[in-house]
Design a protein. Structure first.
Lengths: 434, 544
């Protein structure tokens, strides 16, 4: 069954390439609408985070259609449900590109889902917008990363805490690729800043972990050494609620031991009573509380679209907002949805973000963003306590890991390479997938 | 980037306005708290706010405590039109305004016209340090105790004299002891004579907890005199030993607590799987339904009768039992009864049911977590020796044991329990004796499901209330039942507690991930040795 399907696909692609070219096929089949793929889990464990992004995309497409669509055509969203099942992500991506002929796809949340769809997007030469903060160490021609790389989230957060006088660090994470890589980068960064090895404690817990008693009391103990201690949390998703509840119950206050989180946003806090958590931190590139007209308008539209005035907005939604507008602008500039032309037109595109500035797409397919540090408030929102003075461009290959230090990505001609090794002067460095 | 100069300009302009508006008056009368407190108004930087806090504290006027407290609690606002500072309490719209120092009513204002004075952690710390010395003389003993505790943590040599005065005036022995400890901590950081420092070390050593250890470790690392260094190190060592002892107690407690959660999750399964032999993959979803019932009850209470909130869990208990029991009954009558004796089909069918229930709940309540509040008596912690015991865990242990006892009672002392046992032991014989076995099957399954629903009420207090809640417990539940011995409730109790304690003793050394793997491996080895679990049932019917 499967091999037959693959055979059919490559045959179809071959025919298309011979006669009219892949993109022309995509446009011919779509008729008078341009299809936009939405690849977010609507069931399974990740539905908690991804359903919101599906709704956000529907709203953005709806808005664009009200403005007259794109290239004189209406946009048509195509929603599929990969059900938090990583191999299914690849199958659904193939369905979107081959059968539905979408012009671009917005989707994925976890890194493993992104890794699973990568070969599909490369093989069928289509475009993916990935809206979630991730561990970096990747740059692909067919993917645009609108979420934060570690230098746009983790490192500024650690810098902020160092300024506040923190000397001991607990790196607490869920056991999978994003926390492990981020913590590796952070550990290297902290050591480069002169933090001793015994002042860093790294600990991992399984997905969906709920009994945090031992971990929290270990943090308490680690913090009792007299030096000011902070927790850098890459704890993911559902495990955060019991983690914060236990912190509150064991009386760890933000004044003594602040917890800075990279995966906790407005949406996650909606499930907890935040009074005991006031003062704990999160680092993002956007907060709902950011006070400016563009954001106020976005929030108002979102509440009207979802018909629920309690719905919150969050950072990955803003990433989709930026990514979608960049794609619209690039398609308008290219005058076509042909992936090759759009990919070329994307680099350098600049659109307003929701924090009062402009974000632009870099040659490494990452974007520029401000980094905001916010403190949790008792109403479940964040109050910005620090903002980087300028915009920060996502650094795909971390400078703090020896194996990726010499690598850079530049997708403009003539380099057109996602992992150019500046030491050897060749494309294709360590840790590269192509 | 373009906006940056603009923003700077605006800031500068605002700062100028603030200076003209309220700052000018302050220059005229430096030291007057009523003037200083107005400096919080307007858009200021965190540094300026912190400086204002210090300036307020330096006045030494006890009245500023009100303003500082309000600042720390986020109740200090300024009016956007004239930058005047108020305390706004209560919430609602318009907000009731109070004078920041006297607390006198100062009218009300729509919340749109007010802006909160922004603070961050370092300012909160400055405020609590400032409040520490300001409230030492408060008439309220609780406030004095809190002040003594903050002073202990942040004691500085300059405070020795303030502390001496406070110690002389203090009547209550508890607070007096705390003040003396705070003084000792301050002495260790000062350049007082060696004898005084040694006395301070002795005092701190007798306090013997983690906070004292922090001070002593710092003293042994930082002091110049050899005698002081040695004495501090010795006292710190003694405290470390005590702490190590308490760490064992803490691990046992955490283990019991994890065990009680496992027990709650598994005890319903001990009936449906243990007694009836049905592999019910939808068991976790019964727990989830119980948690969502709690959520629904709390929502109703919040909307209709907020005063009943403390009782919400008690009200949710019977309802959760009924909801889950009813769903269990429907599953048994609708699906499982056609599949008795076909374990594989049962497994697949109930797995399907679990997916349907999850997605159903996701459709009705949405995919995001739902907030279930903790009543006051379930929040916080208290100290036993050097071990902190959180109230929610304590109540869950008690609750798990009550549920266990109640279930034993039902099985052992009621006619329903008698018939259940009869049917499981010998179905045909029971049927011949006139017991309606299909009816008993349905009731047993409903009972097991209902118990799972009750467990959901308890788990809603410590875990996420999301459609995935049940998934996290299903594997653990099967583990406990298999380990404890299928068909034996006592086995479930002992199994849950021993797995909990084993897990918690492994966690500090091996980490949570490896700890769980080790437990699983040990369990597999154990099952190889004793395939029927800890408390194997004996007798003819086992082989049937």
């Amino acid at each position: 069954m499967r091999s037959g399907f693959h055979g059919f696909c490559s045959a179809a692609a071959l025919v298309a390439a011979l006669s009219t070219g892949g993109a022309a096929l995509a446009q011919d089949a779509s008729g008078d609408t341009i299809k936009v793929g939405i690849l977010h889990s609507l069931s399974g464990t990740m539905a908690i985070s991804e359903t919101t992004l599906k709704d956000a995309m529907l709203m953005l497409i709806d808005e664009q259609n009200k403005k007259g669509g794109l290239l004189g055509k209406k946009l048509e969203p195509v929603v599929v449900d990969p059900a938090s099942d990583w191999p299914l992500f690849a199958e659904k991506a193939r369905e979107l590109i081959s059968q539905q002929k979408v012009a671009a796809t917005f989707g994925c949340w976890t890194s493993v889902s992104r890794k699973s769809v990568l070969p599909v997007f490369k093989e069928l030469n289509s475009i993916l917008f990935y809206p979630v903060q991730y561990e970096g160490e990747e740059s692909e021609r067919n993917v645009f990363y609108t979420g934060a790389a570690p230098n746009q989230q983790a490192i500024p957060a650690v810098d902020y805490l160092m300024n506040e006088g923190v000397e001991r660090w607990v790196l607490e994470g869920t056991d999978y690729v994003y926390p492990r890589t981020t913590n590796k980068i952070l550990e290297a960064y902290l050591k480069a800043k002169g933090v001793a090895a015994e002042d860093i404690k790294v600990n991992y817990t399984p997905f969906g972990f709920s009994d945090w008693q031992t971990e929290v009391s270990a943090i308490k103990e680690f913090g009792a050494g007299g030096k000011k201690t902070a927790v850098v949390s890459t704890v993911n998703g559902d495990a955060n609620v019991p983690f914060y509840k236990e912190l509150a119950n064991q009386g760890i206050s933000a004044e003594d031991t602040p917890v800075v989180a990279f995966s906790v946003g407005e949406e996650e806090l909606a499930g907890i009573d935040t009074k005991p958590l006031v003062g704990h931190l999160a680092a993002w590139n956007y907060f709902q509380s950011v006070d400016n007209p563009a954001n106020a308008e976005f929030i108002a539209k979102w509440k009207a679209f979802t018909k629920n005035d309690k719905r919150v907005t969050n950072d990955p939604m803003e990433a989709h907002y930026i990514g979608f507008n960049m794609w619209v602008k690039a398609v308008e500039a290219a005058g076509t949805t042909d992936p090759d032309k759009v990919i070329d037109a994307m680099v350098g595109v600049s659109v307003p973000n929701l924090t009062g500035g402009y974000s632009s797409m870099g040659a490494n397919h990452h974007i520029t963003k401000p980094v905001l540090i916010g403190e949790i408030q008792d109403d479940g929102q964040f109050e910005v306590v620090y903002e980087t003075p300028g915009l920060v461009l996502g650094d795909e290959w971390s400078d703090y890991l020896p194996e990726s230090k010499p690598l850079i990505a530049d997708w403009r001609a003539p380099m057109s390479c996602g992992n150019f090794n500046t030491e050897t002067g060749k494309c294709g460095g360590a840790g590269a997938s192509n | 980037m373009l906006t940056l100069p603009c923003r700077l300009l605006t800031l500068a302009f605002l700062a100028l306005l603030a200076c003209l508006g309220s700052g000018a008056a302050a220059f005229a009368q430096a030291g007057d708290p009523a003037q200083i407190v107005q400096k919080f108004g307007g858009k200021t930087s965190f540094e300026a706010t912190e400086a204002t806090v210090k300036e307020l504290a330096a006045t030494g006027d006890p009245a500023v405590a009100r303003a500082l407290n309000a600042l720390a609690e986020g109740q200090l606002y300024y009016r956007k039109s004239d930058n005047r500072v108020f305390i706004a309490s209560g919430g609602g719209d318009p907000l009731t305004l109070l004078d920041p120092l006297s607390g006198d009513p100062a009218g009300e204002e729509p919340s749109g016209n007010l802006a909160k004075v922004k603070i961050k952690n370092s300012i909160r710390r400055t405020v609590s340090d400032a409040l520490g010395s300001l409230t030492l003389a408060s008439p309220d003993p609780a406030k004095r105790l809190a002040a003594a505790n903050t002073l202990f943590a942040g004691a500085t040599p300059e405070q020795i004299e303030t502390l001496d005065a406070a110690i002389a005036g203090e009547q209550l022995p508890d607070i007096r002891a705390r003040l003396e400890q705070a003084r000792a901590a301050a002495v260790l950081k000062s350049d007082r004579p060696e004898a005084e420092k040694l006395a301070a070390i002795e005092l701190l050593g007798s306090r013997g907890d983690r906070e004292a250890l922090v001070v002593l470790t710092a003293a042994s690392a930082g002091s110049a005199e050899a005698a002081v260094k040695a004495a501090a190190a010795k006292a710190a060592g003694a405290i470390e030993e005590t702490i190590a002892f308490w760490a064992y107690a803490q691990n046992v407690w955490y283990g019991l607590s994890l065990g009680s959660v496992l027990l709650l999750a598994a005890i319903g399964l001990a009936i449906t799987f243990g007694v009836m032999g049905v592999i019910n993959m939808a068991h976790g979803e019964m727990v989830m339904l119980g948690a969502y019932t709690t959520f629904a009850v709390q929502e109703t209470i919040r909307a209709e009768a907020p005063s009943l909130f403390a009782w919400s869990l008690a009200i949710a208990l019977p309802l959760a039992f009924l909801v889950s029991a009813f769903v269990g009954l429907v599953i048994e009558r609708g699906i499982i009864r056609f599949l008795y004796g076909r374990p594989l089909e049962t497994l697949l069918a109930t797995f399907g049911v679990s997916l349907i229930l999850q997605q159903g709940v996701r459709t009705i309540f949405g995919p995001t977590n739902r907030q279930v509040g903790n009543p006051d008596w379930m929040s916080g912690a208290f100290e036993v020796g050097l071990m902190s015991v959180t109230w929610n865990r304590l109540w869950i242990i008690v609750f798990a044991l009550i549920v266990f006892a109640a279930l034993l009672l039902v099985l052992g002392r009621t006619s329903l329990g008698l018939q259940m046992r009869a049917v499981t032991q010998n179905r045909r014989m029971a049927s011949a004796m006139g017991i309606r076995t299909p009816w008993i099957d349905a009731m047993t399954f409903a009972l097991g499901s209902g118990i799972a629903g009750v467990a959901g009420v308890a788990l809603s207090q410590i875990d996420n209330v999301s459609p995935n809640l049940g998934q996290g417990y299903i594997i653990d539940s099967f583990m406990v039942v298999v380990f404890g011995g299928v068909g034996n409730l006592w086995g479930t109790l002992v199994g849950a507690m021993s797995l909990g304690i084993l897990n918690k003793f492994l966690e500090p050394f091996a980490g949570a991930v490896l700890g769980k793997i080790v437990v699983l491996v040990l369990l597999i080895l154990f099952i190889q040795k004793r395939p029927r679990g800890l408390f194997a049932q004996k007798g003819r019917f086992v082989e049937a």
